[in-house]
Design a protein around this ligand. Structure first.
Ligand SMILES: *Cc1c(COP(=O)(O)O)cnc(C)c1O
Length: 493
């Protein structure tokens, strides 16, 4: 059966999966959503013994129905290979009664690799399928991790170019070095004078600029996105929630059909939406626990029904979640409006014009599957230290936000269901914040000196991604104002 995609702002639009992947964002500024969320056609019993790659196929084939079996299996095989430092791809670590789904074993040591190692392959197959002659230009705004993962995924991929924008003072030292040292003949990286939202708004504005699209089409280019607004990012992410459940079952941590909760450190709302899609597909997930850092716009939304970005933007130790406009929430809003694209469009216009919108009480009742919380900077650090002191396990700052909120939820709700925490980055990526959380004495130390110290306290070897940047040369020094992104793109092409 074929599954088509429509826009959250136009239900009439109908595109195949490959067309939606190529476009990234719908022409009306909406996000592509499946006409109907598929239900798993294999039982958990059958999924139990499968490898990550086999699970990914079982999930993704139901979303990407215009890909042949051979095409999809080939994309999966190329993505989830020895670039990952473990054959399990996404291992589960049981620590202090909580299951950490480690999504950071890929090339750039953040969970973005889970989707961005496959997106370039999905994109090139999609281009072939749709007889695209133009070169595809990937424009990406990043809060730090997407940028590097997208660069690594698209570097030297034939028929593509990639331009990444990151907030100049909004990423960790390791994140910045990872990006500015990226090799490849088709890559460009620019630091924006502004925050992530500025970068993301700039990219969205370029996508919506039909004049500019025409101008570039004349030169043989067309844009697409590697951000999680691209459905080709979201679909691969559903797979690891299915995999995690099957693994828990296989390891006899849970009984067949037993409900679990999932806690996700959330920024752009992509990862947690993938978990929600997994639930809709039939994975027995009860609560989706949305964890925010001090930029707690999502927590406030779930508490009050009002989304309001008019607030101070805080730079935190979990920079990949320093976001006030969570783009993927639009896909959830669309669902709770009863798939009403006019209503969704109206709410999003409110966000664009006034910076806020409120959902109705009826819509709020459809959010009952979600629980929300946030962690302050102190709580995040205390969580890292507590778990380290108790167990020796070292987690990164983003994961700690979710671990804290998960604990908070468990004591507040008396909901004793087992909980999977999405562990979204290696602690090496945020070594300074992590080590300082463990012991204040590291505060004054150089980031690089701390790498060895982290190795000592955690017993985990330096990942290849870190060894790569130790002596690499900075190749990218572009900077620009947030309102000059379009000009920069024009110059680069
Ligand atoms: C991107 C990112 C997040 C936030 O994920 P979203 O899908 O944007 O909600 C959390 N943690 C890390 C380490 C990330 O890179």
């Amino acid at each position: 059966m074929s599954l088509y995609y429509k826009s959250t702002r136009n239900s009439e639009l109908r595109m195949s999966a490959s067309e939606a992947i190529l476009k990234g964002l719908a022409p009306d500024g909406g996000l592509f959503v499946p006409e109907k969320l598929p239900v798993l056609d294999v039982s958990m019993e059958e999924l139990k013994g499968l490898s990550y790659q086999e699970t990914a196929y079982a999930v993704m084939k139901q979303f990407l129905t215009d890909f042949t079996e051979e095409e999809l299996k080939d994309c999966i095989a190329r993505a989830y290979d020895a670039k990952f430092d473990t054959e399990e791809i996404a291992p589960l670590a049981k620590v202090d009664g909580i299951y950490y789904l480690e999504l950071f074993h890929g090339a750039t040591i953040a969970f973005k690799d889970m989707a961005l190692s496959i997106l370039p392959h999905l994109m090139t197959v999609s281009a072939k399928k749709n007889h695209v002659e133009n070169e595809i230009v990937i424009l990406t705004a990043t809060s730090g991790d997407t940028g590097k993962a997208a660069l690594a995924g698209f570097a030297d991929v034939k028929g593509t170019r990639i331009i990444v924008f990151y907030p100049k003072n909004g990423v960790s030292k390791v994140q910045e070095l990872q990006m500015v040292t990226q090799k490849g003949g088709n890559v460009a990286v620019a630091a924006i004078h502004g925050n992530f939202d500025d970068a993301q708004n700039g990219v969205k504005a370029i996508f919506e600029d039909q004049e500019f699209a025409k101008e570039l089409a004349g030169k043989g280019y067309q844009f697409s996105s590697a951000n999680s607004i691209n459905i080709g990012r979201l679909v691969p992410q559903v797979a690891y929630y299915v995999y995690a459940y099957a693994k828990l079952l296989e390891n006899e941590e849970i009984a067949d059909g037993e409900e679990i909760n999932v806690a996700v450190p959330t920024g752009n709302f992509g990862n947690i939406l993938a978990a929600y899609y997994a639930k809709q597909m039939g994975v027995p997930i009860a609560k989706l626990i949305c964890a925010s850092n001090e930029n707690k716009v999502l927590f406030d939304f779930f508490e009050t029904g009002t989304y309001d970005k008019n607030r101070e933007f805080v730079l935190t130790s979990s920079p990949s979640m320093d976001i006030l406009i969570s783009s993927n929430l639009e896909r959830l809003i669309y669902l709770i409006t009863g798939e009403d694209s006019d209503k969704t469009k109206e709410l999003m216009a409110g966000l664009k014009n006034g910076g806020s919108y409120a959902v109705t009480d009826e819509m709020r009742t459809k959010l009952a599957d979600f629980a929300a919380g946030f962690a302050s900077e102190e709580e995040t650090a205390a969580c890292i230290k507590h778990i380290y002191d108790k167990t020796g396990y070292v987690m990164d700052t983003h994961t700690a936000v979710a671990a804290h909120v998960c604990g908070q939820y468990r004591s507040r709700s008396e909901d004793a269901r087992k909980c999977v925490v999405a562990s979204t980055a290696s602690p090496y990526k945020f070594v300074k914040s992590v080590m300082t959380a463990i012991d204040g004495k590291y505060q004054s130390e150089d980031e690089f000196a701390l790498l060895e110290e982290l190795k000592r306290v955690s017993g985990v070897e330096l990942p290849q991604a870190i060894r790569d940047i130790l002596d690499a040369k900075a190749l990218h020094t572009l900077e620009c104002d947030a309102d000059k992104m379009k000009e920069l793109v024009r110059d680069l092409l």
